[in-house]
Design a protein around this ligand. Structure first.
Ligand SMILES: [Cu+2]
Length: 147
C-alpha cells in the first residue's frame, strides 16, 4: 500500500470515529429493587451505558454470554458505572449479589447478523453452566420479543 493510500485510510478512519462520537448516546440503567431497569438495552457502538442507583448492586459480564474481544463489564459494589460500547453483538450482564434473584440484563449492540443463533448458543450455556443459569429467563423473554 502506498503512503498516500495509508494516509487517506487514516483520515477516513478518524472521520468515522468522529461521527460515531457525535451520534453516541448515553443510556441510563437503574438498579430498582432486584432488577435492572430497563433489563433489555438496544445500543450502538460508541454509546455509553450508565449504571445508576447502584446502592447494594454491582454489574459484571456473564461468562460465555459476551461477544469475543469486547471489553468485560465489572463495577464496584454500590458505585455508579459507565461502560462504553465497543463491539456489535449480544451481551448478558448480572448483579452478582442478586443473580440468584435473576437481577441481570441483556444488551444488543447494532444489528448482529447471527442474533437468533447467538441467543440459542447462550441458552445452551444457561443450561450447562450453573453460574449462567439465572440468565435463562431473560434470554427466553428476549427471544420471544424477537418474534
Ligand atoms: Cu443487585
Amino acid at each position: 500500500m502506498t503512503f498516500y493510500k495509508k494516509a487517506m485510510l487514516a483520515v477516513a478512519g478518524a472521520a468515522m470515529l468522529a461521527s460515531a462520537a457525535v451520534n453516541a448516546e448515553t443510556i441510563e440503567v437503574k438498579g430498582q429493587g432486584v432488577k435492572f431497569v430497563p433489563d433489555v438495552i438496544h445500543a450502538k457502538v460508541g454509546d455509553v451505558i450508565s449504571f445508576r442507583n447502584m446502592a447494594t448492586h454491582f454489574v459484571e459480564s456473564v461468562e460465555g454470554m459476551w461477544p469475543e474481544d469486547a471489553p468485560k463489564m465489572l463495577s464496584s459494589m454500590g458505585a455508579d458505572y459507565d461502560y462504553t460500547v465497543e463491539k456489535e453483538g449480544l451481551y448478558v450482564f448480572k448483579c452478582p449479589p442478586h443473580w440468584g434473584a435473576r437481577m441481570g440484563g441483556i444488551m444488543v449492540v447494532g444489528e448482529p447478523a447471527d442474533l437468533s443463533a447467538t441467543i440459542d448458543k447462550y441458552l445452551q450455556v444457561a443450561d450447562t453452566v450453573k453460574e449462567a443459569k439465572p440468565a435463562k429467563g431473560l434470554l427466553n423473554k428476549f427471544k420471544e420479543s424477537q418474534k
